[in-house]
Design a protein around this ligand. Structure first.
Ligand SMILES: [Zn+2]
Length: 482
């Protein structure tokens, strides 16, 4: 039987179970699993156990609620336990491939007072608008429930799963995935042994009409420049013009890093960037996007580039340097005449292939120190890296992506756009490095879902067709050569 013939009854079953699937999402949304709010930690844990009981019902075994220990500072409660990571298996046939599915069951904070039209933790079904509104509906409870829905549809049909599945559902994603990197490293050769592909459904379509598969993310190296001058904040009426001012030094140095058109001015940085190949350039031709979407998203008419390809390439595959803030500077209203004694400028560089992180740090810090030296200021400087996370790029034509592409085309009737993202999902890289396998980002929701915002929604069609896409992906991937 062809994959499509197998999928026919599966899709029918998913359609038939739609009311139950919406109820499942409603049950999940009702649990206030906000990882960033310590007082709601019991709710996050409850959500982990909700998944455990669902998984049990759906035939998962070897379910392990992995304890990640106490949450490290800063915390109000020094004994606050991290929520468990839910590991489970469905199927263990050595002849089949094994897919690890990752998702997170915690959510961003939400309250009606933030401006929601309805209670954020009550899923509102708006059939006429094709929407399910509620915190977590798209990020990431919708996709996680999508995987459970796939399992349920198979079970009710008596249809064998085409692959072995391992789940890895965490409860701290919105709070930096504390503890997860270590767990993945620990389990790489044990629980996660033999994984053939990792599928993450935790990002979004680029727009609202066309499905996408995501194959790359930029990294981020974050720096600060601390300039120290006088022993205390001073009055410009007394000291202005007679001492070297830290703020003036800092502004001078910061102005050397990047020009107004976003060009990074630090020598050697752009030279590390991989050249655009004709094949890569072609990938951008079909992508559904234009400058009006950028203007809409930024709420302004401030785009540097007007063409689709330039905008997307500069967001996804070229580095950028952003100046974020100055600590220690006067930042209130009014006209205070202070000379700040010590200021710290923060900036970051979004990194892309083939930039070498350590080499970048050296180029940046040496350049900053050299530019400061040219000022001949008597103040002192200290420049440093605060944190870094590497970029990630996958082969969008490997078996896993090909399976996802076929699945998307079958369900949505259109080939997905191959996209990257300008931000980071650090866990993608951790999985790839630790499990030495390929990672696929297969989003369910649309670009306007409002993931961290008010009135978060997932379209009913995305939830149901997305469930079909996840199921079809497993079948196409399972059918490809092991
Ligand atoms: Zn998420």
């Amino acid at each position: 039987m062809s994959v499509e013939e197998t999928l026919n009854p599966l899709f029918k079953k998913i359609q038939e179970l739609k009311p139950q699937f919406i109820q499942r999402l409603a049950d999940a949304v009702a649990i206030k699993s906000v990882s960033g709010d310590e007082t709601l930690r019991p709710e996050v844990v409850k959500m982990g156990y909700f998944l455990k009981s669902e998984l049990e019902k759906l035939g998962a075994y070897d379910i392990q609620m992995k304890d990640l220990g106490i949450q490290p500072p800063p915390v109000d409660n020094p004994k606050l336990n991290l929520p468990p990571v839910v590991l489970s298996r469905i199927g263990n046939d050595p002849a089949k491939k094994t897919v690890l599915i990752y998702g997170h069951y915690d959510v961003q904070p939400a309250g009606i007072e933030d401006g929601w039209d309805t209670e954020p933790f009550e899923l509102v079904v708006k059939e006429d608008e094709d929407k399910l509104v509620g915190r977590g509906s798209t990020d990431d409870k919708g996709p996680v429930m999508g995987w459970l829905n796939v399992l349920q549809a198979h079970k009710e049909l008596g249809l064998e799963l085409p692959v072995n599945i391992i789940t890895c559902f965490e409860g701290m994603e919105e709070s930096g995935s504390i503890g997860l990197d270590d767990l993945i490293a620990q389990e790489a050769e044990t629980y996660f042994k033999g994984v053939d592909a990792v599928c993450i459904s935790d990002n979004y379509w680029l727009g609202t009409k066309k499905p996408v598969l995501t194959y790359g993310l930029r990294g981020c190296n974050y720096y600060q420049i601390i300039i120290n001058g006088p022993g205390a904040d001073l009055h410009s009426g007394i000291f202005g013009g007679v001492i070297h001012e830290p703020m003036t030094d800092l502004v001078n140095v910061l102005s050397k890093l990047v020009d107004v058109n976003g060009n990074i001015l630090i020598p050697g940085v752009n030279e590390m960037v991989a050249k655009v190949t004709p094949e890569e350039s072609k990938l951008y031709d079909d992508i559904d996007f234009d400058v009006t979407e950028l203007n809409l998203a930024s709420g302004s008419d401030t785009a540097i580039y007007q063409s689709k390809k330039e905008i997307l390439m500069h967001r996804w595959r070229f580095p950028s340097l952003s100046i974020h803030g100055v600590e220690g500077a006067f930042s209130g209203a009014g006209a205070k005449t202070v000379i700040p004694a010590k200021v710290s400028g923060k900036f970051s560089i979004r990194t892309v292939p083939d930039m070498d992180s350590a080499k970048l740090d050296k180029l940046v810090l040496d350049f900053v120190n050299a530019e400061f030296a040219k000022l001949n200021s008597k103040n002192t400087i200290h420049a440093e890296l605060i944190h870094d996370g590497d970029y990630w790029v996958s082969d969008p034509f490997n078996e896993s992506f090909t399976a996802a592409s076929k699945a998307t085309e079958l369900v949505w009737g259109v080939k997905p756009d191959l996209t990257r993202e300008g931000g980071s999902i650090p866990i993608s890289l951790t999985f790839e490095k630790q499990l030495k396998t390929s990672v696929l980002l297969l989003p369910m929701g649309r670009g306007n879902d409002g993931a961290h915002s008010i009135n978060e929604k997932v379209n009913i069609s995305n939830y149901i067709e997305g469930t079909k896409t996840l199921g079809a992906y497993l079948h196409y991937f399972g059918a490809s050569q092991k």
